[in-house]
Design a protein around this ligand. Structure first.
Ligand code: ZN
Length: 398
């Protein structure tokens, strides 16, 4: 009998262990999965998360019950780390009313920081341009301090998907520069090849380096997109397909306080129309104000940035970003205003004048720390009354 079984497997050209049907493990203990995997020589990945189920209980599995593992397929099971207690929240200082840094970057220049004339990783006097070396150090610092990236659009929607005890961070890039995503050619499949030292090249490096970093960013472009006419459309689509977002930085980067209302409408509307052609329904309805101007929401042109029409197509902006200088409130805070969000300029200035070091020192006292559950707002009890809960999420005070 054994011999026949062996021959049959050989004829099927698949290992016998690969043709076994996978049982339902949900609700069972991880030890049962491990024993099963050992018996049939299967490779399993175990992912963990807090839940109301008893510790080590299987919550879900990637292979459906009774289906057979395909060639090269691995089984993944998600197990519970158990329920979080008030003490766990206290220990990690969970606070979903804390502040969130929205980092503002412009150019990333392929140089080492000692090659510039300025302090730290600044390429220019005011630090709007940054070296690639400093950008890598920034990313390393964010990760090591327990920050995980989230998309700007999800922050505005109050969707904060960050694991328990970690903090959200948002990356933005203005001006659609060549060094944001420099294309050096196309591969045999026609896909763009990206310069490893441009901003996206470095972000992809960190995506590989830290799988749980949740690497993402929003790029605010003008009509010149990424200044590479041969590749612009491919770049925009590639970014969307790889978990990045594209927002609106106006047609030609005007100061909104120096143009008419109709010109303001054209400046905003034309970029939405351009993006709609390339990535319909996938662009982000957020405007980054050129020069951070107007500085006040009461300015007449502000309404044209929020709402308007261009070439028979209407637009509605859901978020507006300013320039500088500190972290922004939680989306559940009464101080949160998606139409006037502050950013931290990613630059160095000896730890003062709102530079990176200054801001991350302040954040140690007031940063948003996640409960790991995007559907619950968890805060220390005394802060509970300050929550603005537009989406009627469950609130937990501890
Ligand atoms: Zn700009």
């Amino acid at each position: 009998m054994k011999k026949i079984g062996f021959v049959l497997c050989f004829l099927l050209l698949i290992g016998c262990n690969k043709s076994i049907k996978i049982p339902n493990f949900v609700g069972k203990n991880i030890d049962e999965v491990k024993a099963y995997a050992k018996k049939y020589d299967l490779k399993i990945n175990v992912k963990k998360g807090y839940s109301n189920q008893t510790k080590n209980t299987v919550l879900k599995q990637n292979i459906k019950e009774n289906s057979v593992l395909k060639k090269d397929e691995e089984m993944t099971v998600w197990i519970s780390l158990g329920r979080l207690s008030n003490q766990d929240y206290k220990d990690k200082k969970v606070n979903e009313l804390g502040n969130i840094p929205i980092m503002m970057y412009h150019g990333i220049h392929n140089m080492e920081s000692h090659q510039t004339k300025y302090v730290g990783g600044n390429v220019d006097k005011d630090g709007y341009q940054r070296t690639s070396e400093a950008f890598r150090e920034d990313l390393e610092m964010y990760y090591q301090k327990g920050y995980r990236m989230i998309p700007l659009k999800e922050y505005i929607d109050g969707k904060i998907k960050v694991e328990f005890g970690k903090s959200p961070i948002i990356l933005t890039f203005d001006d659609g520069l060549l060094n944001h995503i420099k294309v050096i050619g196309l591969d045999e499949k026609g896909e763009i090849i990206i310069d490893a030292n441009s901003a996206v090249g470095i972000l992809e490096e960190y995506k590989r380096k830290y799988k749980d970093f949740q690497v993402t960013a929003t790029f605010f472009v003008n009509s010149s997109l990424f200044q590479q006419p041969d590749y612009n459309e491919k770049i925009v689509k590639w970014l969307i397909n790889h978990g990045y977002d594209i927002g609106n930085h106006t047609d030609t980067h005007p100061d909104f306080t120096k143009i008419s209302a109709s010109e303001a409408e054209r400046q905003v509307g034309s970029v939405y129309t351009l993006l709609k052609k390339i990535i319909p329904n996938q662009y982000t309805e957020i405007v980054a104000l050129p020069f951070g101007s107007p500085y006040q929401k009461s300015h007449d042109n502000f309404t044209s940035i929020i709402k308007g029409e261009f070439q028979d197509s209407s637009y509605q902006t859901k978020g507006i970003l300013r320039v500088g200088w500190e972290s922004n409130p939680s989306p559940f805070s009464k101080d949160f205003d998606p139409l006037f969000m502050k950013r931290i300029r990613a630059y160095d200035n000896y730890g003062k004048d709102f530079d990176i070091t200054y801001n991350f020192n302040i954040l140690e006292k007031n940063r948003y720390i996640s409960d790991g559950n995007e559907n619950i707002i968890t805060v220390p009890k005394e802060k509970q009354e300050n929550i603005i809960n537009k989406k009627s999420l469950k609130v937990l005070g501890y």
